[in-house]
Write a protein that binds this ligand. Structure first.
Ligand SMILES: CC(C)=CCC/C(C)=C/COP(=O)(O)OP(=O)(O)O
Length: 349
């Protein structure tokens, strides 16, 4: 596989092509790494990635969009590296991402992931937890065993990132216990940056390290990914309220049903508007039927939560591009990274 910056045709299809090519390049590595796990854990991981059914028979595979590995490869390429040497690193960040998904689904009690029942609902919480733990170690082992000269620095960076995103997840859980009107939007944005931005930043930084980049370029790549990652989370939160169930694989208004204090919800709750009060009243109910979910979505919108999240996402994308220009002064070379960043803020699932 060879990808060039010209593959990222800026017609909206460029990123889709890049993601397809990334999956072709990285998924065989991802799969063979997962297959090396001990049987009892392997079966959960293989199910999670959609390569096996719950009974262990082969399945078509549903391993995710591959945004983070695509960022690793695109960052390496933008800085002049041969991206085929960064495939293990790309698989490593995807393993780390999937570790967080396995645990996140348990914490959120989510019944579906990638249009299929979540691993914990099929195998039970202990098995899904252990599979997540093993996947996190597998990510670091893959880097540690990679002979590339940048692999040790990349492993250290990914380990620090995993710690940061665990802290972000912890903050997210802690927010759920607090009165939403006491949680500031800045706190929420910091939480989302740690929870989601850190791994997108790390993916770009790892790509830069594999290109032999200096400290400043690596830091600028990290900052680019973080800002794009925050925009990604804002869009993810909008999809959690207004996403089309057929595309998301989740029920309509899934985050509202779960009473999640996502970014647009907190923006609405802290808006000081009557619509914000309506939302607080709806959120005080133990369960929301379909009509109440529609009313809650409407209240978030009227309180300005939807517009705020969209404006924030656009602002973060602007900052992301500024950081990218520092890492890659010739932005033409970073066309693929730009296409990916645009993709994550325009996606609908
Ligand atoms: C710490 C945690 C759990 C953060 C979750 C952040 C997030 C937006 C996950 C979905 O990623 P994705 O859309 O890239 O998923 P997929 O791999 O299925 O494409």
């Amino acid at each position: 596989m060879t990808m060039t910056s010209t593959d990222a045709v800026v017609d909206g299809q460029g990123a889709v092509t890049l993601l397809d090519r990334t999956r072709t390049a990285v998924n065989p590595q991802l799969r063979s790494t997962v297959e090396s796990l001990p049987d009892s854990i392997r079966r959960v991981a293989m199910y999670h990635f959609g390569w096996e059914r719950a009974d262990g028979t082969p399945d078509a595979g549903q391993p995710g969009k591959a945004i983070r590995p695509a960022l690793v490869l695109a960052a390496a390429r933008a800085l002049g590296a041969d991206e085929t040497r960064a495939v293990k690193a790309a698989a490593a960040v995807e393993l780390a991402h999937n570790f967080t998904l396995l645990h996140d689904d348990i914490v959120d009690e989510d019944p579906t992931r990638r249009h299929r029942p979540t691993a914990w609902t099929v195998f039970g919480i202990p098995d899904a937890l252990m599979a997540g733990d093993a996947m996190s170690a597998l990510a670091l082992r893959l880097l540690a065993e990679d002979p590339h000269p940048a692999s040790a620095a990349a492993a250290a960076r990914l380990a620090a990132c995993i710690i940061e995103l665990c802290a972000g997840q912890q903050a997210d859980c802690a927010f759920e216990q607090r009165d939403p009107r006491e949680v500031s939007l800045d706190e929420c944005l910091a939480m989302a940056t740690a929870k989601t931005g850190a791994l997108l930043g790390c993916s770009c930084a790892v790509g830069a390290l594999y290109a032999g980049a200096g400290e400043e370029e690596v830091a600028a790549m990290d900052a680019f990914g973080r800002e794009a990652g925050l925009a990604f989370q804002l869009i993810d939160d909008l999809i959690g309220i207004w996403g089309d169930p057929e595309r998301t694989g989740k029920p309509a208004g899934a985050d509202l049903v779960a009473h999640k204090k996502s970014l647009p919800v907190v923006a609405a709750l802290t808006s000081g508007t009557p619509a914000g009060e309506e939302l607080a009243e709806l959120y005080s109910r133990p369960t929301l039927d379909a009509e109440a979910v529609r009313a809650a979505a409407d209240a978030v919108e009227r309180a300005g939560g939807r517009d705020w999240a969209q404006a924030q996402a656009a602002e973060r994308m602007g900052r992301a591009v500024e950081h990218l220009a520092q890492a890659v002064p010739d932005l033409a070379a970073a066309e693929d990274l730009l296409a990916l960043a645009e993709f994550v803020t325009r996606r609908t699932r």
